[in-house]
Design a protein around this ligand. Structure first.
Ligand SMILES: Cc1cc2nc3c(=O)[nH]c(=O)nc-3n(C[C@H](O)[C@H](O)[C@H](O)COP(=O)(O)OP(=O)(O)OC[C@H]3O[C@@H](n4cnc5c(N)ncnc54)[C@H](O)[C@@H]3O)c2cc1C
Length: 423
């Protein structure tokens, strides 16, 4: 049977794969998108039930389509998935769902790649890996299974009812940890939350949402930091119409704040000191955004109402001034732990020379070290916005351009070759 030939193969049909398809079509580049599940599957089955987008509908979208309804609303996860499915339809994206890419290897002695899939072999001149910024849950095995505590990663958390009765420890204070801890508190659980250094920008300031401030302050476009830059956890939330994440407020409502979880022995979790400093990094980030926003208002003479009350920081609760450094889980009635500890990459299927010794993709703005292989949707691929809905669309445009340029080199024929082809 002849092997199916495609010019560009895109792996994954999340927002990155859909954006890639749009830009390839704009460049009239034939392509195929293979998706192992459904379009935007992660928004459907890889997130908790109550999740809403972190940014308002007017912002967290592609330029070619608006969400139905209030543009200021924070859209629910199913509606986000529906949006991408509708978008794919609108642009007639050639997406084949239910096909997993199992292996990609460079062809021997001729250009292109052999792609082994769950439904046979495809050969492609170029491959775009759009398999997501968050592929493999990072699950620190600090507490052994033998401790008899229900443990799950935030990727598998769905709702409070899924957890056994009793108190819950949430580890991690990014967007996931902060939102899950709040939901558990609202469900009447006793909640402990382990907090490391983090950024926590204001949700709104002087009448504008955080996404707008990041835009006018050129933060979305901030270039990728160098590989030794510390990637700080980013605590934001669109829940309840969008509120600033404030761990002290969470404590006022009953949560117990802890430093980072360090080790476990004999039923006791050791907690790193430094909770107050970790909260201070969040405060610094929060206040720095207010300062930059105020400076922008002054420079531009913008008519945005002053908001001095935004600078009021709540007093430290007792769990901060007198921090807990060891936590007896049974004594506190903790029956489950949600590890909101982030994600890593897994490119085991991509057997090409595009990774460093540590397995990190080697690329520049998504153009990998292996000619013909591209990455899209990775955190900081080209800028801060790269893994977000808004940013991935622009990165896809750049990559489509690069693919078009390479195609034109491949199509080039010297005059003598052209003459020979005509003859
Ligand atoms: C909890 C959470 C909330 C977020 N909220 C927001 C938000 O509000 N706004 C925002 O802009 N960003 C948000 N993000 C970040 C980002 O937008 C999402 O992670 C988004 O899903 C990334 O889209 P993607 O297309 O790059 O990857 P994914 O959505 O992960 O899509 C990759 C696709 O590739 C498929 N795939 C993987 N491997 C293969 C294979 N071998 N063969 C075939 N198919 C494969 C998967 O099935 C998947 O459908 C959030 C992330 C998380 C974790």
């Amino acid at each position: 049977m002849p092997v199916e030939q495609v010019d560009v193969l895109v792996v994954g049909a999340g927002q990155a794969g859909v954006a890639m398809s749009e830009h390839l079509s704009r460049n009239a580049i034939p392509h195929l998108v293979l998706e192992r599940a459904r379009i935007a599957e992660k928004w459907r089955s890889g997130r908790w039930d109550s999740l809403v987008a972190n940014g308002p509908a007017w912002h967290d979208r592609f330029p070619g389509r608006a969400f139905d309804g209030d543009p200021e609303a924070f859209v629910g996860k199913e509606a986000v998935a529906d949006y991408f499915a509708a978008y794919a339809k609108q642009i007639a994206a050639p997406i084949r769902c239910g096909v997993e890419v199992r292996e990609v290897r460079r062809l021997d002695g001729r250009p292109g790649f052999r792609v082994d899939t769950s439904q046979g072999v495809v050969e492609a001149q170029s491959v775009v890996a759009a398999t997501g910024p968050f592929q493999r849950p990072v699950f620190p095995r600090i507490v052994p299974e033998s401790a008899g505590i229900r443990q799950l990663h935030s990727a598998d958390y769905r709702n409070p009812g899924q957890l056994p009765e009793g108190a819950v420890l949430v580890v991690g204070a990014g967007a996931s940890g902060a939102q899950i801890a709040e939901e558990l508190l609202e469900a009447g659980r006793r909640v402990f939350i382990a907090i490391g250094p983090h950024d926590r920008p204001p949700r709104r300031y002087r009448g504008r949402d955080n996404v707008w401030w990041l835009g006018v302050l050129n933060k979305w476009d901030m270039a990728a930091p160098s590989s030794d830059t510390r990637h700080v956890t980013f605590a934001v939330s669109g829940a309840h119409g969008g509120e600033t994440v404030d761990f002290r407020r969470l404590a006022q409502r009953g949560a117990t704040l802890l430093g980072r979880a360090k080790a476990f022995a004999d039923g006791v979790l050791t907690i790193e000191p430094g909770l107050a400093e970790n909260l201070a990094t969040g405060d610094q980030n929060y206040l720095s955004v207010l300062d930059e926003a105020d400076a922008w208002v002054a420079r531009n003479g913008a008519d945005l109402p002053e908001e001095p009350e935004a600078r009021v920081v709540l007093p430290d609760p007792a769990c901060v001034t007198d921090p807990i450094l060891s936590l007896d889980l049974a004594a506190e009635g903790i029956a489950s732990i949600v590890w909101a500890t982030g994600y890593g990459l897994d490119f085991g299927w991509l057997k090409v020379d595009a990774f460093d010794a540590a397995g990190k993709p080697k690329h520049q703005r998504g153009v990998s070290a292996e000619p013909g292989v591209y990455f899209l949707g990775l955190p900081w691929l080209s800028r801060r916005g790269s893994s977000f809905i808004w940013g991935v669309w622009h990165d896809a445009s750049f990559i489509a351009d690069q693919i078009a340029i390479q195609r034109s080199y491949r199509a080039y024929r010297a005059p003598a070759e052209r003459a020979a082809e005509v003859a």
